[in-house]
Design a binder for this molecule. Structure first.
Ligand SMILES: NC(=O)c1ccc[n+]([C@@H]2O[C@H](COP(=O)([O-])OP(=O)(O)OC[C@H]3O[C@@H](n4cnc5c(N)ncnc54)[C@H](OP(=O)(O)O)[C@@H]3O)[C@@H](O)[C@H]2O)c1
Length: 246
């Protein structure tokens, strides 16, 4: 009997949940619990960490999971790494959905960096107006450049004071569109964009807007995760799940 654990937190994870529900699959959806009101799913849903590799391996055994689909964000490297090791330990099949990374096109002014700290260093010394489009994690690292004004776009209003002295917080949940992001950046006089190379359509609008406005983008490359089987589309994941040898 196939029983699936779907690790979520992305648009594609939600699409997979809908497809699995439609096919009547025996599946559990898992959220980390980072947002106050996560998108509700048509599958039984659990929320919160498993307790590292050991905790996840134990969960897989206890819940008789046969297949894990890792559809977390490309920057959720800890969860993805844990999934690789826990599935190996528990003898469970693992498949990762991963969006192709964004590629710079004509008219883009991207500076590629490989870490959050490198993105901080890449910001100018003179005061700038920065669209810090990286979610709520890692904001502390930008505190060493307090001279900038930071525009943050967050799903939930911050509960604690922000570590940055000059901020504007925009509360919004994607997907976003290019016209809206262009207007947002104009309204806030943005001079620089900092982005994680998440890939996908829902968060790409800021890059189109930056191109339109001729703004530089500091693009943070993806963190490393151990080698694992990767599917590039929701359809490929569904095909993998229906294959008896998966
Ligand atoms: N990082 C981003 O930029 C970003 C952007 C958009 C959405 N998200 C989503 O937000 C969630 C957290 O991201 P993150 O960067 O904090 O991940 P992370 O650093 O890789 O994960 C940290 C810990 O959070 C728990 N966790 C993460 N994803 C989980 C899931 N789907 N179900 C249950 N536990 C989970 C695990 O705790 P235990 O070790 O206790 O199991 C994991 O070790 C992910 O589901 C991701 O898809 C992340």
């Amino acid at each position: 009997m196939t029983r699936i654990l779907l690790l979520g937190g992305t648009t594609e994870a939600s699409a997979l949940a809908n497809m699995l529900a439609e096919t009547g699959a025996d599946a559990v959806f898992s959220y980390a619990g980072r947002t106050a009101k996560p998108v509700s799913q048509p599958l039984p849903t659990r929320v919160g960490g498993f307790g590292g590799v050991e905790g996840l391996a134990e969960y897989l055994r206890t819940e008789s999971i046969t297949h894990v689909v890792d559809a977390t964000h490309p920057f959720a490297a800890q969860m993805s790494t844990n999934a690789v090791h826990a599935c190996a330990a528990a003898g469970v099949a693992l498949c990762t959905f991963e969006r192709p990374a964004w590629q710079a096109g004509e008219g883009d002014q991207w500076l590629h960096v490989d870490s959050i700290d490198a993105a901080v260093n890449a910001l100018p010394d003179a005061a700038a107006r920065v669209f810090l489009a990286i979610g709520k994690q890692n904001l502390t690292q930008f505190a060493v450049k307090p001279q900038h004004h930071y525009l943050l776009r967050l799903v939930d209003a911050p509960e604690a004071p922000l570590p940055l002295p000059h901020t504007t917080v925009e509360i919004a949940r994607g997907p976003f569109d290019a016209a809206g992001d262009t207007a947002l950046m104009q309204r806030h006089g943005i001079t620089h964009v900092v982005a994680k190379n998440a890939g996908g359509a829902g968060a790409a609008a800021k890059l189109t807007a930056a191109r339109t406005l001729g703004l530089p983008v500091i693009m943070i490359g993806r963190p490393d995760v151990p080698a694992r089987p990767i599917k590039g589309s929701v359809a490929e994941v569904m095909a993998w799940l229906s294959h008896p040898a998966a």
